[in-house]
Design a protein around this ligand. Structure first.
Ligand code: ATP
Ligand code: MG
Length: 219
């Protein structure tokens, strides 16, 4: 918790242990994030990049630079990250590496996996407002696999996503996005949402397309 120190006049004073305080804060932040233990193991260190195709290296670089620059850009217009494109190229791994890095620094992050997140929301409509409010106000929101699951998103998905993205856009709050859809496809689903995200992620946006055998790490 802390320790007692004696000042020049010999009076004992309580000092918080700063390292422990920061560690406790990080621990709380990680518990709130909804990030599973498996995902907590995804780090920059665990990501092979030198041997991967150039476009994957570019994605690594964008994510790494983003994490490093975060304290300087977090309140800017261009404070978000979008990693898009082919399956298995490491989009989720890299966004998780960013999220884990930020949480270790005490920055609160919420993980919203598109398909599971909306299923959970629909099954608990009583606390919809609370959930949306949290997604609007949290320091960093990570939306994984955006627009996944159906040919066209439901009106419910569009309405809730717009409420979250627009709030974050207006208040310059960072978003991390990974999706197999590129910029055009994302905007086709909904221009208002897509264009806001891409303006925010303008400085840190990589679209990975390539030969599946090369870019898909799973293969
Ligand atoms: N360069 C890499 N080094 C180490 N592990 C990697 C690398 N690229 C991907 N992986 C691992 O391969 C698996 C697939 O990566 P990931 O889930 O990040 O892909 P994705 O682009 O999000 O795919 P999808 O579009 O299917 O969601 C994960 O277990 C991830 O940790
Ligand atoms: Mg993924």
């Amino acid at each position: 918790m802390g320790y007692l120190v004696r000042d020049e006049e010999g009076v004992e004073k309580w000092r918080m242990c700063v390292d422990c305080r920061d560690w406790r804060k990080a621990e709380t932040v990680m518990k709130q994030s909804k990030i599973t233990e498996e995902f907590m193991s995804k780090t920059f260190k665990g990501f092979q990049h030198e041997t991967r195709p150039q476009i994957v290296q570019d994605a690594y670089q964008a994510a790494y630079e983003y994490a490093k620059e975060f304290p300087n850009i977090r309140n800017n217009r261009f404070n978000s990250l979008a990693l898009l494109g082919d399956p298995g190229c490491g989009k989720t791994h890299l966004c998780m590496a960013v999220a884990n890095h930020l949480m270790r620094k005490g920055v609160p992050v919420i993980y919203f996996p598109w398909v599971e997140g909306f299923n959970e929301m629909k099954n608990n409509l009583a606390d919809l407002e609370t959930r949306i409010g949290l997604m609007q106000r949290i320091d960093v929101l990570y939306i994984d696999d955006m627009w996944k699951g159906r040919k066209t998103p439901t009106d419910f998905q569009i309405e809730q996503t717009f409420a979250v993205v627009n709030y974050r856009y207006m208040n310059k709050k960072p978003i991390l996005v990974s999706s197999e859809f590129d910029v055009d496809a994302m905007c086709k689903f909904d221009m208002a949402i897509g264009s806001r995200i891409f303006e925010m992620a303008r400085e840190f946006c990589v679209v990975v397309h390539g030969d599946a055998k090369q870019v898909n790490y799973r293969l």
